[in-house]
Write a protein that binds this ligand. Structure first.
Ligand code: FUC
Length: 767
């Protein structure tokens, strides 16, 4: 059996057509001594990997940091890519322990679980040459390729949302080359049964959640044989493995979060998938994936051949030092890939680790954290043209509200300022699960922050039915909650009582974070009421309350105050406070309370605070994604770009480009996608601003398919740091305001729905 030590064989592997290790060493040497690679050597293109491919020259040793993720939002796999001892760590998005715990006790909230590990042992595949593994995020396909003797082996893996299964195909250049054993190791010690060409494991967690996983094997040539919970195969020419799994979880409080046994659904899906050819399944998968992924294409300029020659793990390390536009575009698209792969309608939202998890006791339960993390997961959804990927978040929130209302009513520390209980609205603690349960500590204004995501879905998509049926009721009852819970100061100002700046400093009345989030809620509520022409009196009342909310102050060194008054603490609220959260800057991003044009003084204070917060020490992973977006809102492209490079450092991202807190959490991946979009396009003020924060290292490029609020889709080309042209797609006759640099124009969308603008923002008849 292959052991972990045996894996070191791969350090000796050589690629056939070029000596990659020499090339990498040479490249690294050059990169380390020649920051600008002024006179780079001519290097042949070493690989056919596309710019949208993560690739590596050795198998993964570690699931979360190195294995490559595929997912159909419901099922996920982390692929190690070991030739002789392949492992796929499998996840199912509803496999959670815990339940509805009205006490809000972290210990009873439960954890997101591992489903199983699929093992594939192949005889004689220990000593391989020409090894590579990759993840092509343009098509959502992963490959492992290697040679043994004169036979070339290829493994292709994808997770199909269309078919509901994970598919693996093993092929070889010579017929009859596959002999080995397939087994399924359940993560909760359930026995695996093998019958004919099927492996099956099923069980029940401590919270009585039933689950089942099932693997079906189809082969060409040779024989397969089921025994002792495994399937062995001999001299097969090709093998296709289909995987499906499910639980009896239902996203429904009234049913105690339980539904039908998953068995029949799994059987049906596997039966349907196995009647199609592998090529048909693959074509259907790619078409389904491209329908979403293909909406946005991004070119940030060309990287150098020497950068392209590096496998992704080495390349991203170098990109932290030397701008690598193609890798940065890949990072942007990777956030989109991960969102499509972990969050599709019908499933659960992306959790702290997206969908991927190798531990039954993962860090922070791999849960939904409400004080930055899950919101950040959904920042890219609208602007990066994946609006439907946010739907699982809305559905989960709606399914939890009945339980959250009960917990809110039971909480003695959520009384109104007059000591009463308000029956209106709900509050959320800092973390929660999928079964009505919550964990550590009330995050008082998280309800309003969740409301922002509901609002943004309308602001971008302009779907009035959704606004009326889904967003408006939540925004209204959250506005009512805050109407009941705001405290009036002697000077008449309103403050959120007894709140926090997440995970930092004292709890007080009127902490900036909470003030800004409630301002955002009231503004979103007002706009929602206007959009539907509803509740004019209540809208006016909320507008009156909004005007009385205390604004964040500006402190003695020009900073935006994080607490209501300056603290005079040795660290907190001083230029030496390098905390990872930038909670007092919510109003700059993701909020819309401040900005350089609308509130220049507060924007300047935000800038002073942001500079002081720095990028060392406690600042990590998702902090850099947030800071990218904050600098973008301050129209400072160089500082925003610097944050992206910090995120690429080894302390903040793993070799598989997952955000590394540590351990892995994916908020930084999702957040940086949103941050990059924000550098290229903004629309929070009602004006579509083109290229607001373009850094020098992206001097020439193009993007198509970004979304702007108001139901617009925007394409742009730029050269030498200047806009060349833009195409704004919208509804005919709509008036649109567009800004580039210092110039703002108003134009009407022509009957074609396509407004072409030249470099000077003058409307043009043709592109
Ligand atoms: C928040 C952050 C931590 C971490 C955790 C999962 O509480 O303060 O840094 O990201 O979520």
């Amino acid at each position: 059996m292959r052991t972990e030590e045996n894996n070191t064989d791969f350090h000796l592997v050589r690629l056939p057509s070029f000596h990659l290790e020499k090339l990498i060493l040479g490249a690294l040497l050059l990169l380390s001594v020649r920051p600008g690679f002024a006179a780079e050597p001519e290097l042949a293109e070493p690989t056919s990997h596309s710019a949208l491919t993560l690739w590596y020259t050795a198998p993964a040793h570690n699931a979360m940091n190195e294995a490559l993720p595929v997912g159909n939002a419901h099922l996920g796999a982390l692929i190690f890519g070991d030739p002789s001892d392949e492992k796929l760590v499998l996840n199912e998005d509803s496999l959670w322990t815990g339940g509805n715990n009205p006490s809000g006790d972290d210990a009873t909230m439960g954890d997101y679980q591992v489903l199983a590990t699929l093992h594939l042992k192949l005889d004689g595949h220990q000593n391989v040459t020409s090894y590579s593994r990759d993840l092509d995020i343009g098509h959502a396909l992963s490959h492992i390729r290697y040679t043994v003797g004169d036979v070339t082996y290829t493994r292709e893996i994808f997770a199909s949302h269309a078919a509901g299964v994970i598919a693996i195909q093993l092929t070889a250049s010579r017929p009859g080359s596959y002999t080995g054993i397939l087994s399924l190791e359940d993560a909760h010690q359930a026995a695996t049964l093998s019958t004919a060409n099927t492996l099956q494991a099923s069980g029940q967690l401590v919270n009585k959640l039933k689950y089942e996983s099932r693997v079906q094997v189809l082969h060409h040539g040779g024989d397969i044989h089921a025994s002792d919970g495994t399937i062995s195969f001999k001299n097969c020419s090709s093998i296709t493995i289909l995987i499906d799994a499910g639980t009896d979880y239902a996203e429904d409080f009234s049913k105690g979060y339980r539904g039908p046994d998953p068995h029949q659904h799994i059987l049906n899906q596997l039966r349907a998938a196995s009647t199609k050819s592998y090529e048909a399944l693959k074509a259907e998968h790619i078409a389904d994936y491209e329908r979403l992924f293909g909406r946005v294409s991004l070119d940030l300029g060309q990287s150098r051949p020497i950068q392209r020659a590096l496998p992704t793990d080495l390349r991203k390390r170098e990109a932290a030092l030397h701008a690598d536009p193609e890798l940065e575009a890949l990072l942007f698209q990777y956030g989109r890939y991960l969102l499509i792969s972990s969050s599709r309608p019908g499933g659960l939202p992306a959790n702290l680790q997206g969908l991927w998890n190798d531990s039954n006791t993962p860090a922070w339960h791999s849960d939904y954290h409400s004080n930055i993390n899950v919101e950040m997961n959904y920042w890219p959804a609208e602007v990066a043209n994946l609006a439907e990927c946010a739907v699982p978040f809305f559905n989960l929130v709606e399914s939890q509200i009945p339980a959250w209302k009960i917990a809110t009513q039971d909480a003695s520390d959520l009384a109104t300022p007059s000591g009463m209980k308000s029956p209106r609205g709900f509050a959320i603690r800092t973390s929660h699960n999928i079964m009505g349960g919550m964990g550590w500590k009330w995050d008082r204004t998280a309800n309003a922050w969740y409301g922002q995501l509901f609002w943004e879905h309308y602001a971008f998509g302009q779907d009035k039915q959704y606004l009326q049926d889904v967003a408006y009721p939540i925004l209204k009852e959250t506005a009512e909650f805050w109407e009941d819970h705001l405290k009036k100061l002697p000077n008449g100002q309103l403050v959120v009582p007894n709140s926090w700046s997440p995970e930092h400093g004292p709890e007080q009345d009127g902490v900036s974070y909470s003030q800004e989030i409630v301002w955002d809620l009231f503004t979103n509520y007002i706009d929602a009421a206007d959009g539907l022409q509803l509740d004019a009196d209540y809208r006016a009342h909320i507008a009156g309350l909004r005007d009385k909310l205390a604004l964040p102050g500006i402190g003695s060194w020009g900073q935006m105050l994080e607490w209501r008054t300056e603290l005079h603490d040795p660290i907190l609220d001083t230029p030496n406070d390098h905390h990872r959260h930038t909670s007092q800057l919510f109003g700059l991003y993701p909020g819309r309370e401040f900005g350089p044009e609308t509130t220049p003084e507060l924007a300047a204070a935000a800038r002073t605070s942001l500079i002081a917060r720095g990028d060392t020490g406690d600042v990590r992973e998702w902090s850099f994604a947030w800071r990218t977006a904050l600098w973008a809102r301050l129209k400072d492209g160089e500082s925003a770009h610097h944050q992206i490079q910090q995120l690429l450092q080894d302390r903040n991202t793993t070799p598989n480009l997952f955000g590394d807190h540590p351990p892995v959490q994916l908020d930084g991946n999702f957040g940086v996608t949103a941050g990059i979009a924000e550098m290229l396009l903004q629309s929070q003020t009602g004006t579509i601003e083109l290229l607001p924060a373009l850094p020098q290292s992206w001097a020439t490029g193009s993007i198509s398919g970004l979304r702007a609020r108001g139901d617009y889709t925007v394409d742009m080309n730029w050269r030498n740091g200047q806009l060349s042209s833009a195409l704004i797609k919208g509804k005919k006759d709509e008036r649109v305001r567009v800004k580039y640099g210092q110039k703002t124009i108003e134009a009407v969308i022509p009957p074609s729905g396509h407004l072409f603008l030249g470099a000077d923002l003058q409307p043009k008849l043709n592109q």
